[in-house]
Design a protein around this ligand. Structure first.
Ligand code: SF4
Length: 315
Protein backbone atom coordinates (compact mmCIF):
# COMPACT_ATOMS: atom_id res chain seq x y z
CA UNK A 1 0.00 0.00 0.00
CA UNK A 2 1.17 3.46 -0.71
CA UNK A 3 -0.36 5.33 2.10
CA UNK A 4 0.64 5.27 5.74
CA UNK A 5 -2.87 4.53 6.88
CA UNK A 6 -3.60 1.59 9.14
CA UNK A 7 -6.51 -0.30 10.60
CA UNK A 8 -7.05 1.20 13.98
CA UNK A 9 -8.87 -0.22 16.91
CA UNK A 10 -9.88 3.11 18.27
CA UNK A 11 -12.43 4.41 20.69
CA UNK A 12 -15.11 5.78 18.38
CA UNK A 13 -16.93 8.94 19.28
CA UNK A 14 -20.50 9.30 17.96
CA UNK A 15 -21.26 13.01 18.18
CA UNK A 16 -25.02 12.43 17.91
CA UNK A 17 -25.45 9.72 20.49
CA UNK A 18 -22.44 10.75 22.56
CA UNK A 19 -21.76 7.06 22.98
CA UNK A 20 -18.26 5.61 23.12
CA UNK A 21 -17.58 2.07 21.93
CA UNK A 22 -15.34 0.08 24.25
CA UNK A 23 -11.74 0.31 23.00
CA UNK A 24 -9.95 -2.88 22.02
CA UNK A 25 -6.70 -1.20 22.91
CA UNK A 26 -6.04 1.74 25.13
CA UNK A 27 -4.81 4.73 23.17
CA UNK A 28 -4.09 8.11 24.72
CA UNK A 29 -7.00 10.47 24.98
CA UNK A 30 -5.70 12.56 22.07
CA UNK A 31 -6.37 9.72 19.62
CA UNK A 32 -10.10 9.57 18.91
CA UNK A 33 -12.03 8.79 15.74
CA UNK A 34 -15.43 10.13 14.79
CA UNK A 35 -18.04 7.49 13.97
CA UNK A 36 -18.99 7.54 10.28
CA UNK A 37 -22.66 8.40 10.71
CA UNK A 38 -23.51 11.34 8.45
CA UNK A 39 -25.59 10.83 5.24
CA UNK A 40 -22.67 12.15 3.16
CA UNK A 41 -20.55 9.22 4.35
CA UNK A 42 -23.14 6.65 3.29
CA UNK A 43 -23.70 8.38 -0.08
CA UNK A 44 -19.98 8.26 -0.80
CA UNK A 45 -19.75 4.62 0.25
CA UNK A 46 -22.65 3.71 -2.06
CA UNK A 47 -20.96 5.51 -4.97
CA UNK A 48 -17.65 3.71 -4.38
CA UNK A 49 -19.52 0.40 -4.35
CA UNK A 50 -21.60 1.20 -7.42
CA UNK A 51 -18.49 2.06 -9.44
CA UNK A 52 -16.58 -0.95 -8.07
CA UNK A 53 -13.70 1.14 -6.83
CA UNK A 54 -11.41 0.77 -3.84
CA UNK A 55 -10.30 3.38 -1.35
CA UNK A 56 -7.38 3.30 1.03
CA UNK A 57 -9.73 4.93 3.52
CA UNK A 58 -11.73 1.66 3.68
CA UNK A 59 -9.04 -0.88 2.84
CA UNK A 60 -6.86 0.38 5.67
CA UNK A 61 -9.77 1.34 7.95
CA UNK A 62 -8.44 4.84 8.32
CA UNK A 63 -9.57 6.47 11.58
CA UNK A 64 -10.40 9.68 9.76
CA UNK A 65 -13.02 8.20 7.46
CA UNK A 66 -15.96 9.60 9.43
CA UNK A 67 -14.51 13.08 9.26
CA UNK A 68 -13.07 13.00 5.73
CA UNK A 69 -15.97 11.36 3.93
CA UNK A 70 -18.42 13.83 5.44
CA UNK A 71 -16.50 16.42 3.39
CA UNK A 72 -16.45 14.04 0.38
CA UNK A 73 -12.68 13.80 0.85
CA UNK A 74 -11.59 10.30 -0.07
CA UNK A 75 -8.48 8.61 -1.42
CA UNK A 76 -9.20 6.22 -4.25
CA UNK A 77 -6.78 3.28 -4.48
CA UNK A 78 -6.12 2.02 -8.00
CA UNK A 79 -4.64 -1.18 -9.46
CA UNK A 80 -6.92 -3.32 -7.33
CA UNK A 81 -6.98 -3.97 -3.61
CA UNK A 82 -4.34 -6.69 -3.31
CA UNK A 83 -0.75 -5.56 -2.81
CA UNK A 84 2.36 -7.51 -3.79
CA UNK A 85 4.33 -6.12 -0.85
CA UNK A 86 4.08 -6.91 2.82
CA UNK A 87 4.96 -3.73 4.71
CA UNK A 88 4.72 -4.48 8.40
CA UNK A 89 2.71 -1.38 9.26
CA UNK A 90 0.04 -1.80 6.61
CA UNK A 91 -3.24 -3.68 6.64
CA UNK A 92 -3.95 -3.85 2.92
CA UNK A 93 -4.10 -7.49 1.82
CA UNK A 94 -0.88 -8.98 0.48
CA UNK A 95 -1.16 -11.55 -2.29
CA UNK A 96 -1.21 -12.22 -6.00
CA UNK A 97 -3.42 -9.56 -7.61
CA UNK A 98 -5.57 -9.86 -10.71
CA UNK A 99 -4.38 -8.09 -13.88
CA UNK A 100 -5.20 -4.35 -13.83
CA UNK A 101 -8.79 -3.60 -14.80
CA UNK A 102 -8.59 -1.56 -18.04
CA UNK A 103 -11.91 0.12 -17.23
CA UNK A 104 -10.80 1.28 -13.77
CA UNK A 105 -9.40 4.66 -14.96
CA UNK A 106 -12.75 5.52 -16.58
CA UNK A 107 -14.65 4.67 -13.41
CA UNK A 108 -12.26 6.69 -11.26
CA UNK A 109 -12.79 9.66 -13.59
CA UNK A 110 -16.56 9.18 -13.48
CA UNK A 111 -16.59 9.10 -9.69
CA UNK A 112 -14.45 12.22 -9.34
CA UNK A 113 -16.45 13.98 -12.06
CA UNK A 114 -19.65 13.32 -10.12
CA UNK A 115 -18.14 14.62 -6.88
CA UNK A 116 -16.94 17.97 -8.32
CA UNK A 117 -14.02 18.22 -5.90
CA UNK A 118 -11.42 20.98 -5.77
CA UNK A 119 -8.58 18.57 -4.97
CA UNK A 120 -8.23 14.83 -4.54
CA UNK A 121 -5.61 12.19 -3.81
CA UNK A 122 -5.30 8.89 -5.66
CA UNK A 123 -3.02 6.12 -4.42
CA UNK A 124 -2.37 2.52 -5.42
CA UNK A 125 -1.32 -0.86 -4.19
CA UNK A 126 2.19 -1.93 -5.14
CA UNK A 127 2.23 -4.01 -8.30
CA UNK A 128 5.67 -5.61 -8.42
CA UNK A 129 4.08 -8.35 -10.55
CA UNK A 130 3.74 -5.99 -13.53
CA UNK A 131 6.60 -5.21 -15.91
CA UNK A 132 6.03 -1.46 -15.46
CA UNK A 133 4.87 -1.75 -11.83
CA UNK A 134 1.59 -0.09 -12.88
CA UNK A 135 3.06 3.08 -14.44
CA UNK A 136 0.97 2.95 -17.63
CA UNK A 137 -2.22 2.37 -15.64
CA UNK A 138 -1.31 5.36 -13.48
CA UNK A 139 -0.80 7.55 -16.56
CA UNK A 140 -4.11 6.50 -18.08
CA UNK A 141 -5.91 7.19 -14.81
CA UNK A 142 -4.36 10.65 -14.47
CA UNK A 143 -5.24 11.54 -18.05
CA UNK A 144 -8.85 10.39 -17.74
CA UNK A 145 -9.31 12.16 -14.40
CA UNK A 146 -7.88 15.41 -15.73
CA UNK A 147 -10.18 15.26 -18.75
CA UNK A 148 -13.22 14.66 -16.53
CA UNK A 149 -12.24 17.21 -13.85
CA UNK A 150 -10.34 20.04 -15.58
CA UNK A 151 -10.45 22.43 -12.62
CA UNK A 152 -9.65 19.90 -9.87
CA UNK A 153 -6.07 19.58 -8.65
CA UNK A 154 -4.85 15.98 -8.53
CA UNK A 155 -2.32 14.50 -6.14
CA UNK A 156 -0.88 11.06 -6.81
CA UNK A 157 0.59 9.08 -3.94
CA UNK A 158 2.74 6.59 -5.80
CA UNK A 159 5.08 3.72 -5.02
CA UNK A 160 8.82 3.55 -5.63
CA UNK A 161 8.70 1.75 -9.01
CA UNK A 162 11.71 -0.15 -7.64
CA UNK A 163 13.77 2.97 -8.22
CA UNK A 164 13.19 3.02 -11.99
CA UNK A 165 13.00 6.73 -12.79
CA UNK A 166 11.94 6.07 -16.41
CA UNK A 167 8.75 4.57 -14.99
CA UNK A 168 8.33 7.54 -12.65
CA UNK A 169 8.59 9.71 -15.77
CA UNK A 170 5.60 7.91 -17.30
CA UNK A 171 3.55 9.08 -14.29
CA UNK A 172 5.05 12.58 -14.25
CA UNK A 173 4.50 13.00 -18.00
CA UNK A 174 0.77 12.60 -17.34
CA UNK A 175 1.18 15.81 -15.29
CA UNK A 176 -0.40 15.24 -11.89
CA UNK A 177 -0.51 18.45 -9.83
CA UNK A 178 1.30 16.83 -6.89
CA UNK A 179 3.63 13.83 -6.91
CA UNK A 180 3.71 12.27 -3.45
CA UNK A 181 5.85 9.39 -2.25
CA UNK A 182 6.22 8.52 1.43
CA UNK A 183 9.56 7.92 3.12
CA UNK A 184 7.39 6.42 5.89
CA UNK A 185 10.15 6.09 8.50
CA UNK A 186 13.78 6.86 9.32
CA UNK A 187 16.59 5.06 7.42
CA UNK A 188 17.52 2.75 10.32
CA UNK A 189 13.99 1.32 10.51
CA UNK A 190 13.11 1.40 6.83
CA UNK A 191 13.86 -2.24 5.98
CA UNK A 192 12.05 -3.54 9.06
CA UNK A 193 8.97 -1.42 8.40
CA UNK A 194 8.81 -1.65 4.60
CA UNK A 195 10.33 -5.04 3.85
CA UNK A 196 10.65 -4.63 0.07
CA UNK A 197 11.52 -0.92 0.06
CA UNK A 198 14.41 1.22 1.18
CA UNK A 199 15.08 4.78 2.29
CA UNK A 200 17.70 5.50 -0.41
CA UNK A 201 15.35 4.28 -3.12
CA UNK A 202 12.48 6.43 -1.87
CA UNK A 203 14.86 9.38 -1.55
CA UNK A 204 15.91 8.85 -5.16
CA UNK A 205 12.30 8.85 -6.37
CA UNK A 206 11.57 12.13 -4.60
CA UNK A 207 14.81 13.63 -5.84
CA UNK A 208 13.91 12.69 -9.39
CA UNK A 209 10.43 14.21 -9.13
CA UNK A 210 11.95 17.42 -7.76
CA UNK A 211 14.40 17.59 -10.64
CA UNK A 212 11.42 17.34 -12.96
CA UNK A 213 9.96 20.43 -11.22
CA UNK A 214 6.98 18.50 -9.88
CA UNK A 215 5.25 19.72 -6.73
CA UNK A 216 6.36 17.03 -4.29
CA UNK A 217 5.12 15.68 -0.99
CA UNK A 218 6.24 13.04 1.48
CA UNK A 219 5.13 11.63 4.81
CA UNK A 220 6.51 9.95 7.91
CA UNK A 221 4.91 7.80 10.61
CA UNK A 222 6.18 8.33 14.14
CA UNK A 223 6.09 5.96 17.08
CA UNK A 224 7.93 3.05 15.44
CA UNK A 225 11.04 3.33 17.59
CA UNK A 226 12.77 6.21 15.84
CA UNK A 227 14.67 8.79 17.88
CA UNK A 228 14.06 12.51 17.78
CA UNK A 229 17.51 13.01 16.23
CA UNK A 230 16.67 10.54 13.47
CA UNK A 231 13.40 12.32 12.67
CA UNK A 232 15.15 15.67 12.56
CA UNK A 233 17.79 14.22 10.25
CA UNK A 234 15.09 13.04 7.85
CA UNK A 235 13.46 16.47 7.95
CA UNK A 236 16.81 18.02 7.04
CA UNK A 237 17.05 15.52 4.13
CA UNK A 238 13.57 16.50 3.00
CA UNK A 239 14.42 20.20 3.23
CA UNK A 240 17.62 19.64 1.23
CA UNK A 241 15.61 17.85 -1.43
CA UNK A 242 13.21 20.79 -1.65
CA UNK A 243 10.10 18.67 -1.08
CA UNK A 244 7.15 21.06 -0.90
CA UNK A 245 4.75 19.38 1.54
CA UNK A 246 5.45 17.07 4.49
CA UNK A 247 3.08 15.14 6.74
CA UNK A 248 3.91 13.65 10.14
CA UNK A 249 1.47 11.31 11.91
CA UNK A 250 1.33 8.68 14.65
CA UNK A 251 1.79 5.02 13.67
CA UNK A 252 -1.05 2.88 15.00
CA UNK A 253 -0.73 -0.88 14.72
CA UNK A 254 -3.47 -2.50 12.61
CA UNK A 255 -3.32 -5.72 14.65
CA UNK A 256 -1.10 -7.75 16.93
CA UNK A 257 0.50 -9.28 13.83
CA UNK A 258 1.80 -5.89 12.75
CA UNK A 259 4.69 -3.90 14.18
CA UNK A 260 3.99 -2.80 17.70
CA UNK A 261 3.58 0.85 18.61
CA UNK A 262 6.80 1.78 20.36
CA UNK A 263 5.60 5.15 21.56
CA UNK A 264 2.71 7.58 21.39
CA UNK A 265 4.03 10.94 20.32
CA UNK A 266 2.23 13.70 22.21
CA UNK A 267 0.57 16.51 20.24
CA UNK A 268 3.04 19.03 21.68
CA UNK A 269 5.94 17.04 20.21
CA UNK A 270 4.25 17.01 16.80
CA UNK A 271 4.00 20.80 17.09
CA UNK A 272 7.72 21.03 17.92
CA UNK A 273 8.63 18.85 14.94
CA UNK A 274 6.37 20.91 12.69
CA UNK A 275 8.25 24.03 13.80
CA UNK A 276 11.59 22.27 13.35
CA UNK A 277 10.60 21.34 9.78
CA UNK A 278 9.60 24.94 9.07
CA UNK A 279 12.89 26.16 10.52
CA UNK A 280 14.68 23.95 8.00
CA UNK A 281 12.81 25.71 5.20
CA UNK A 282 9.91 23.31 4.59
CA UNK A 283 7.01 25.73 4.41
CA UNK A 284 4.06 23.32 4.21
CA UNK A 285 4.03 20.89 7.11
CA UNK A 286 1.01 19.03 8.49
CA UNK A 287 1.74 17.24 11.79
CA UNK A 288 -0.45 15.60 14.40
CA UNK A 289 -1.43 12.24 15.85
CA UNK A 290 -4.15 11.49 13.29
CA UNK A 291 -2.43 13.04 10.29
CA UNK A 292 -2.08 10.71 7.31
CA UNK A 293 -0.65 11.47 3.87
CA UNK A 294 -3.99 12.58 2.49
CA UNK A 295 -5.45 14.07 5.67
CA UNK A 296 -6.94 17.50 4.87
CA UNK A 297 -5.30 17.46 1.44
CA UNK A 298 -8.71 18.41 0.07
CA UNK A 299 -8.17 21.93 1.43
CA UNK A 300 -4.89 22.39 -0.43
CA UNK A 301 -6.13 23.14 -3.97
CA UNK A 302 -5.05 26.78 -3.86
CA UNK A 303 -1.74 25.91 -2.22
CA UNK A 304 -1.07 23.42 -5.01
CA UNK A 305 -1.95 25.97 -7.69
CA UNK A 306 0.37 28.49 -6.05
CA UNK A 307 3.20 25.96 -5.83
CA UNK A 308 2.77 25.03 -9.47
CA UNK A 309 2.66 28.65 -10.50
CA UNK A 310 5.89 29.29 -8.57
CA UNK A 311 7.50 26.50 -10.60
CA UNK A 312 5.98 27.98 -13.75
CA UNK A 313 3.96 24.84 -14.28
CA UNK A 314 0.44 25.95 -15.12
CA UNK A 315 -2.04 23.64 -16.71
S1 SF4 B 1 -7.02 10.66 5.98
FE1 SF4 B 1 -6.83 10.02 3.83
S2 SF4 B 1 -7.10 7.79 3.88
FE2 SF4 B 1 -7.86 8.59 5.84
S3 SF4 B 1 -10.07 8.85 5.49
FE3 SF4 B 1 -9.06 10.82 5.07
S4 SF4 B 1 -8.72 10.76 2.84
FE4 SF4 B 1 -9.12 8.65 3.49
Amino acid sequence: MRDSEARLHLPVVDPAAESVAPPRRRHPEWIRATLPSKPAYFELRAMVKELQLHTVCESASCPNIGECWTRRALTIMILGDICTRSCRFCDVTTGRPLPPDPDEPRRVAEMLGRLSLEHTVITCVDRDDLADFGAAHWAQTIQEVKAACPTMTLEVLAGDFKGNTELVDIVLDADPDVFAHNLETVPRLSRAVRVQASYPRSYKILEHARKRDAVTKTGLMLGLGETRDEVEEVLRDVARLGVDIVTLGQYLAPSKRHLAIERYVPPAEFAELEQYARDQGITHVVAGPLVRSSYHADGQAQLVRDLRAAKHVVR
